[in-house]
Design a protein around this ligand. Structure first.
Ligand code: GCB
Length: 553
């Protein structure tokens, strides 16, 4: 919100109708845990909200913006359909100026559809004989290990702009303080663009749709984990007569480089310690909540973590803005979890490329985002799959040459033909759990050889993106047995210490930060219990152990 843009937040209670029954639902949140009748509901819920749009919006463009709707949305304004969108975890907008009544109440309705789709992204609903061992008979049947919630998961905004406006701001920095910006406008105009960073200013007279410029900050303060300094770039757009638009974007001066087997942040090696996470909490499901976010960052600091992966989809932008401010490093992941050989087709590639670009456009300016992960645990065993992954990599590289690009592998290298095209490989390995259950010491050697194999095969640094074990909080046993807190703490400690001896490993992320809701299956006791914190964020033994370990390093 600024002198040229107005903003109304539509969060709160929306009236919904399901099978002609009226139910109040809160936004942002999943519907499933708000209302037991809707727990395992897969279908359409119609959401409705009244909003007064001020008369002062005359001559403005009026927009609706949804941060994430799971998974399909059809949007109506005063009864007219204005937009259809597929895919959760990334935002979409619609321009609704022609459908609204100014100075009156207007009705916004959204048909939210979470029907599971075999060919969706991610592919939900399994084909016969598909899926990982132990998960085939799950309900609901999805290819991935988290509950397929439905609902309006992130904030909804109605906002106004001028007709001529700034549409995109991309900022690149160098450690010497050079700040380059690329501004895109909605259409070609003749005008002047003023850019300021504090007292520094630059004016550009232009004729076009894209404007580029740069400002040099003398003796810049670098964005570092222990001093995450942020600058603010303010762009003002003028035509010959007047101010048209204003946009502010924060950024950090920092550089991420993969050099040999090291990840360098501002020339200094950094070892990633942290977690794979989920957007998941009691009652709100996958809905965004500021308090949960603040709590999670507090716990990451408490335990001595420096990073997390947005497994297995892009998170709410608030998370990334907060990571910018907290100095936490983020691996931004696409929603492409569980791609398999049947998915490598042209029409799916078009959607995958669009998803990669959308995520990167959304998150490009966050200094906290240091790496992109384009997929989690795909199966890539065919020539088509290899080409598909090569194209994914090239699509991402064409958008951003400043960050390393990876994907997360589970199976052995021969099932990961795509990895040779990437800058580094992430590996998920569950020795002592799925592989050699209960045998922590006996499987250490196998784990060691497996990691070496990935490194040698790909000739790349390795990031261990997942390892760990389920533990039910309060369950204890001596000697440690699977599902006890002792077992989880011991497996993480021993495997972590092994990984630390390998100079090609640039980081380790424990799976997972907190317990999270899954589908129902024999291998899950309501939740996936691999969290080192419970779902309500209380520490298990493993959390205290990691705190000792990490804080002493
Ligand atoms: C994995 C997946 C993650 C699962 C985890 C598990 O490899 O990436 O989504 O939750 O294993 O606990 O099985």
């Amino acid at each position: 919100m600024n002198e040229k843009r107005d903003l109304i937040c539509l969060d709160g209670i929306w009236q919904t109708t399901v099978h002609n029954q009226a139910i109040d639902l809160a936004v942002p949140a999943s519907w499933n845990e708000q209302c037991s009748e809707l727990f395992d509901y897969f279908g359409i819920v119609r959401y409705k909200k009244e909003v007064f749009i001020p008369g002062t919006y005359v001559d403005k463009l009026i927009w609706l913006r949804f941060g994430s709707v799971a998974t399909k949305a059809t949007v109506y304004v005063n009864g007219t359909k204005v937009r259809y969108h597929e895919g959760a975890h990334l935002p979409f907008e619609c321009e609704i100026s022609n459908y609204v009544r100014l100075g009156e109440k207007n009705i916004i309705e959204v048909d939210v559809d979470n029907t599971l789709n075999t060919w969706g992204l991610p592919p939900a609903k399994l084909l016969e004989n598909e899926g990982r061992a132990g998960f085939q008979t799950s309900y609901p049947s999805v290819t991935y290990d988290f509950y397929p919630y439905g609902g309006i998961h992130r904030s909804v905004y109605l906002y106004s702009t001028e007709k001529n406006r700034i549409e995109g701001v991309k900022i690149d920095t160098q450690l010497d303080g050079t700040v380059r910006f690329r501004i895109s406008l909605n259409e070609k105009i003749q005008g002047t663009l003023k850019a300021t960073i504090g007292d520094l200013e630059c004016r550009i007279v232009f004729d076009g749709r894209e404007v580029e410029g740069s400002i040099k900050i003398e003796n810049p303060i670098w964005w570092e984990c222990d001093n995450p300094h942020l600058y603010l770039l303010k762009i003002s757009l003028y035509d010959a007569k007047e101010l048209l638009d204003v946009y502010e974007q924060s950024f950090g001066v920092r550089e991420v480089v993969l050099s040999g087997n090291q990840l360098l942040l501002n020339h200094k090696p950094v070892f990633l310690k942290g977690f794979g996470k989920h957007e998941d909490f009691h009652i709100i499901g996958k809905g965004f909540n500021h308090s949960v976010m603040v709590k999670d960052f507090g716990l990451m600091k408490w335990i001595g973590a420096n990073s997390f992966r947005t497994s297995h989809y892009p998170y709410d932008e608030e998370m990334l803005s907060y990571a910018d401010r907290q100095g936490i490093l983020v691996i931004g992941e696409t929603p492409f979890v569980g791609l398999n050989d049947r998915m490598y087709k042209e029409d799916i590639l078009v959607k995958v490329k669009a998803g990669i670009e959308k995520m990167m456009d959304r998150d490009y300016n966050h200094p906290s985002v240091i790496m992109w992960s384009l997929a989690n645990e795909p199966n890539v065993t065919t020539k088509e799959g290899e080409e598909f992954f090569k194209t994914m990599y090239e699509t991402a590289k064409a958008k951003d040459i400043s960050r390393p690009i990876t994907y997360v592998a589970y199976q052995e290298p021969e099932y990961n033909l795509g990895m040779k095209y990437f800058d580094l490989i992430c590996v998920n390995k569950y020795y002592g759990w799925y592989l050699g259950p209960g045998q922590i010491d006996e499987t250490l050697e196998e784990l060691s050889e497996c990691l070496d194999r990935f490194h040698n095969e790909a000739n790349q640094p390795v990031l261990v993106a997942e390892f760990g074990a389920d533990a039910i909080a309060g369950m204890h046993y001596d000697p440690p047995q699977m599902f006890t807190e002792e077992f989880q703490a011991e497996i993480i400690k021993k495997q972590y210490e092994l990984m630390r001896t390998k100079d090609y490993i640039i980081g380790t992320h424990v799976w997972a930060f907190a317990d999270f809701k899954t589908n129902q299956t024999v291998s899950r006791v309501f939740f996936n219990r691999k969290g080192v914190f419970t779902r309500d964020r209380h520490p298990k033994m493993a959390a205290h152990m990691l705190r000792e370990l990490w804080r002493h390093e």
